[in-house]
Ligand binder design. Structure first.
Ligand SMILES: [Zn+2]
Length: 189
């Protein structure tokens, strides 16, 4: 396979032309996308202009963006490490500092030893220093204050955060940018 092709992926948008998900960004391998286009399960919205795939008898375009034929409703946000950091904007919820996912850790607001549960409403992103300071205490006991009460985010709320944190979206091919930013431009007016 040629090098240019190997790194290509296909952005998947919902029937409303918005990414199926922002966090993480909905992408397929171009192979999966091409098969789905040929089988008419999705619509090819945009193809890469500089790469093609040859079979024995045919030349195929490589899909850059494909759209689902019917609108897919979103399910609730998965309770994952990434989504939790995303909800908190990669900020320690005690000092407010911005950290990379490697530098952040979790904190149980009500410690597990005091019956605190591992759920959206009791876990926040925390920097290592504040996590150490807080240890097995409640925020009050540790002299720390939460900058925001933790909550269960909707997929839509996570999308809103991810769109403002380009680093959270990973590598973006320029072909996708029309689909990723056009309505955030409108938000500003
Ligand atoms: Zn901190």
């Amino acid at each position: 396979m040629n090098v240019a092709l190997a790194s290509r992926r296909t952005l998947v948008v919902n029937a409303d032309m918005q990414p199926l998900s922002w966090a993480p960004l909905s992408v397929w391998s171009w192979q999966d996308a091409l098969v789905a286009v040929v089988q008419e399960r999705v619509i090819q919205v945009k193809a890469y202009e500089d790469v093609f795939v040859h079979s024995a008898s045919q030349i195929f375009e490589v899909p850059a963006v494909v759209a689902l034929k019917s609108y897919k409703k979103r399910r609730g946000a998965a309770f994952t490490r990434y989504n939790l950091f995303l909800r908190d904007g990669f900020r320690c919820q005690y000092c407010g500092g911005r950290f990379s996912s490697k530098e952040l850790t979790f904190d149980h607001v009500v410690p597990r030893s005091k019956g605190g549960r591992s759920e959206w409403s009791n876990i926040v992103a925390s920097c290592a220093a504040d996590n150490l300071r807080k240890s097995d205490k409640t925020p009050e006991e540790a002299g720390l204050k939460l900058i925001r009460k933790p909550f269960e985010p909707s997929p839509f709320e996570l999308d809103q955060v991810a769109r403002k944190l380009p680093f959270a979206l990973g590598d973006l091919h320029e072909t996708w940018l029309d689909f990723l930013y056009w309505d955030s431009e409108l938000d500003r007016s």
